[in-house]
Design a protein around this ligand. Sequence first.
Ligand code: 13P
Length: 248
Amino acid sequence: MRTPCIAANWKLQKTVAEVEAFIDAFLPLVKDNTTVEIVLAPVFTALHAAGKKLAGSNVGLSSQDVYHEEKGAFTGEVSPSLLMDVGCKYAIVGHSERREYFNETDEFLNKKAKAIQAAGMTVIFCCGEPLSVRESGKTNDLLAGQLDGGLKGLDTNKLILAYEPIWAIGTGVTASPEQAQETHKFIRSHIEKILGADAAASMRIQYGGSVKPGNVKELMACEDVDGALVGGASLEAESFAQIVNFGG
Ligand code: 13P
């Protein structure tokens, strides 16, 4: 049985005060939820305050990115152990926005993922295809390449995958449950090929891309969908609570 993991990726949004107000409103709404692993990923500047508020709760803290070096002359970067220091247990890597706007390659993401795990945190590794690739029927080839390069040498016990079709991110167009299931099934079969059957059976694969209270249930009902990575609909406490409480 895979415990679904549902994470909020707030991207470049929310001040410290807004994050604190969200958490105050959100925790009472999800405190009785024992079936979903719940995670919030605020901006770097709000992690410390969020970590304090979430301590002892059933909600985990994640960064949206990280650098793979521990310390040194890397101006502007933040290391895994500094994230641990403010309460992070997870770090997202390889979001399509980082791949696109910051030219992050699978080789670079693999370094980050290894550093996150070495510090003791869990990696949320994102993969996904643009519309042109889906339309040309090459989605599986692209995903296989992202997984081959990005997951090399990782500890599968500290790894969650997030499948986020780029055409569904922030567009209001969600992958249909059939599309999500078909692609998640392919991802799991590829994990079996590169990381083994046990890893494939236990790996959580989140779906991301226009997940909302109105479509979460049908997506989570898919056999190979084990949670969600949520952008827009995670910004309001009520809305994100409805998503994580999809099981009733
Ligand atoms: P939306 O839920 O806004 O489509 O964003 C998805 C996403 O990119 C989460 O990482």
